[in-house]
Design a protein around this ligand. Structure first.
Ligand code: GBH
Length: 477
């Protein structure tokens, strides 16, 4: 088993990347005809975001893209994952009106990347729905999926001659759960046990329609690949021998990774234990009128088989035990009847939810290989955060990246997982959603106190660049 860097640990064509998302970095929230998104609205509401901060300016990548490109080159990335702002391209969310300035902006980004030999991976939707579509019901409305498909086709048509890796939706779990169950993300809806399932369903429908559009109209000519990015923790029973904990772990997995991966990769429907748990709870609460978990219609494009690769966002691991289901209120938590526990031996980095468990990634990759029929996998996000005192010499994060990338190497070498790429989250310190700018995930620090938004490489950025250069030249240490 490799314990240090060795030659040929990674395939020569392995994608070495870093990621960002439009709302988190671009700023220019009203520039050149961009329409408002639900995050613009959410940030205006009192008490939503740390320090009432917002992404109005963020890293100002809308104006400073060339600075980002310098960062990308300094790291030696082969790939860069960015997201498009839907409302920058289509201000009211529909193709009735195209904002040419938005098209120009992303054209330049893509062309500049390619001129530097960096391949773009583009996410069409990273949490920022056009407000105009929220006003018509947002992701709770079935019609949003159709409008997403129009937007996706517009993007394939406009940029697909140069973009070969597409992510339709980023983390539908987070949009559904944090946005519509907990109200912690835009649009800030709290309708426990109901809205999230509907939203998740419409996001899967949107994804499936877009994949079929690509498959039917663009694939032959453009020869790209399309998937959706699924976030998942690695989960283990709290007490390994406890049948209760093992069952709770299965439920928890079904309600997180399984919720989105089962329909797309396994059965075309939600995990059986998810549906039966939800229906049993509905009965308990005397809820009639059909399942809270929608069903896929035979009259629509099938969701099964709509991923050309597995896109995984991995940050952390949890132990799981039974419990939470005895509550008196209808909620996803009571449906699941499982709760996460932190293993005290796992260090917490910055944000409270991020327990540092690099080996959890290897285990999750093996699980994905075994469960989803050995798909090609891109790790589309993985990272480590910093809060409080700024540390440019971030030794811990440097170690984290080394440890984690070594675990990815083991997954490839020892477990035979077909990992095709790794994208660090994030290229830049940026607007970390509800945490505002208080949590820093960047490989580059951004000085938000200065109008010039200077970018400074962290030690971890230099480490990552070293790792990349090792494998890009095929040399061992
Ligand atoms: C990613 O989500 C996002 O895609 C990215 O935009 C973001 O910047 C990055 O993570 C870092 O957070 O607050 O206790 O309810 C990662 C998956 C799932 C991690 C929800 C945080 C919230 C836990 N996220 N989780 S809590």
């Amino acid at each position: 088993m490799p314990t240090s860097w060795e030659k040929n640990m990674f395939p020569r064509d392995f994608a070495w990347g870093a990621g960002t998302a439009a709302y988190q970095i671009e700023g220019g929230w009203q520039a050149d005809g961009k329409g408002p998104s639900i995050w613009d609205t959410f940030c205006l509401e009192k008490g939503r975001v740390f320090g009432e901060q917002n992404g109005d300016e963020a890293c100002n990548s809308y104006e400073l893209w060339e600075k980002d490109l310098e960062c990308i080159q300094q790291l030696g990335l082969t790939h860069y994952r960015l997201s498009f702002s839907w409302a920058r391209l289509l201000p009211d969310g529909t193709t009735r009106h195209v904002n040419q300035k938005g098209v120009q902006y992303y054209n330049k980004v893509i062309d500049d990347l390619l001129a530097c030999d960096v391949s773009p991976m583009v996410t069409l939707y990273h949490f920022d729905l056009p407000q105009a579509l929220q006003d018509q019901g947002g992701w709770k409305s079935a019609g949003t999926a159709t409008l997403f498909n129009d937007y996706a086709k517009f993007c394939f048509q406009t940029f697909g001659d140069r973009v070969k890796l597409w992510i339709t939706v980023n983390e539908p779990y987070v949009c559904a759960k944090l946005g519509h169950e907990d109200g912690l993300h835009a649009p800030g809806i709290k309708e426990p046990g109901v809205a999230a399932y509907l939203v998740g369903h419409n996001m899967l429908r949107a994804h499936a329609m877009a994949w079929h559009s690509y498959n039917s109209f663009y694939r032959t000519k453009q020869k790209g690949a399309v998937s959706l990015a699924i976030n998942s923790d690695w989960l283990e029973a709290s007490v390994a021998g406890s049948a209760e904990d093992v069952a709770a772990t299965e439920r928890q997995l079904a309600f997180t990774l399984g919720w989105f991966a089962w329909p797309v990769f396994v059965t075309g429907d939600y995990p059986k234990i998810m549906r039966s748990a939800i229906d049993a709870q509905s009965e308990k609460f005397g809820r009639s009128g059909g399942s809270r978990l929608p069903s896929f219609s035979k009259d629509e494009p099938a969701v099964l088989g709509t991923a050309d690769f597995f896109a995984l966002n991995y940050y952390t691991s949890r132990k799981v035990e039974a419990g939470g289901g005895c509550g008196e209120v209808l909620s996803m938590k009571s449906d699941r009847d499982a709760r996460d526990v932190l293993d005290p031996s796992w260090p917490i980095c910055g944000v409270s939810w991020l327990a540092v468990v690099p080996h959890g990634l290897r285990k999750l990759l093996k699980y994905i290989k075994d469960t989803f029929n050995n798909p090609a996998v891109y790790i589309t996000e993985n990272g480590f955060s910093q809060v409080g005192q700024l540390q440019i010499e971030d030794v811990q994060r440097s170690e984290f990246y080394k440890d984690t990338i070594l675990e990815v190497a083991k997954a490839i070498q020892e477990d035979g997982v077909n990992v095709r790429g790794y994208f660090a989250w994030s290229l830049l310190d940026n607007f970390e959603w509800g945490d505002g700018f208080s949590v820093r995930f960047g490989l580059f620090h951004v000085d938000f106190a200065d109008a010039r938004r200077g970018r400074t490489i962290y030690r971890s950025g230099r480490e990552y660049a070293k790792i990349i250069s090792k494998f890009q030249c095929g040399q061992s240490k």
